[in-house]
Design a protein around this ligand. Structure first.
Ligand code: HEM
Length: 196
């Protein structure tokens, strides 16, 4: 499902982290966000709906970030200069993530890349992939809060291909569950030991 070679995108390679989360724990988290087989089907449908809209979705999300200086800061140098190259490279991986969220099986490789994405938001790996001279981490509270904009802004795109209201709602709810599931997984490297 990968469209082209994307700098720094290491899904399914030995360069990505290994997740310490077990597939059993992943199954329990999926149950906790009510993500079941019908949602998986709805996600696949969303994948076809979103496939040719990825750049438009990214325009909305980056527009949201760029409209808020406290968010732009995470793509900037410590003294507040936006790092254009960093922003562009991350954007390409973000686009691929939209498709991966819809199309990939949530297996060991997916779990491993979830750990990698989590790490890339923390001090352990932020900036390393792109050698970016940016601030050291993304604060966890924003990672959690972002579930809302990443979810609500997707709805108009899901409705744009002529599906009925029930189908759009099913895709929307499945997307919400998939994003929340990943935010839960991405929180892991922020949190030491048993507390996660
Ligand atoms: C990286 C999604 C929250 C800033 C990424 C990537 C994805 C992503 C898919 C690229 C992963 C890869 O390298 O393959 C999300 C989602 C979020 C979220 C779904 C919340 C639900 C945030 C927040 C910020 C942020 C709140 C702050 C503005 C960044 C930055 C990177 C990044 C700066 C690059 C990290 C690096 O240096 O590698 N995010 N993100 N993200 N995100 Fe987020």
């Amino acid at each position: 499902t990968q469209q082209k070679t994307i700098p720094g995108y290491t899904y399914g390679t030995g360069e990505a982290a290994r997740s310490p989360v077990t597939l059993d724990e992943l199954a329990r988290l999926k149950e906790s966000v009510l993500l079941g087989p019908a949602d998986e089907a709805a996600l696949h449908q969303a994948g076809t709906v979103l496939a040719d809209q990825v750049e438009d979705v990214l325009d909305v999300w980056y527009g949201f970030v760029l409209a808020h200086p406290f968010l732009v800061a995470y793509f900037s140098t410590p003294d507040g200069q936006l790092i254009d190259d960093y922003q562009r490279r991350v954007r390409a991986r973000f686009g691929q993530w939209i498709l991966d969220t819809c199309n990939r099986p949530y297996d060991q490789a997916w779990l491993d890349y979830a750990e990698e994405i989590g790490l890339r938001h923390t001090a352990a790996k932020k900036n390393a992939t792109d050698d970016a001279p940016s601030v050291p981490l993304i604060n966890l509270r924003y990672l959690i809060a972002f579930i809302v904009p990443i979810t609500v802004t997707i709805r108009p795109f899901l409705a744009r291909k002529g599906h009925g209201p029930d189908e759009v709602e099913a895709m929307y709810q499945a997307w919400f569950k998939a994003v929340t599931l990943q935010a839960a997984l991405w929180s892991r490297p922020y949190i030491a030991g048993d507390a996660w």
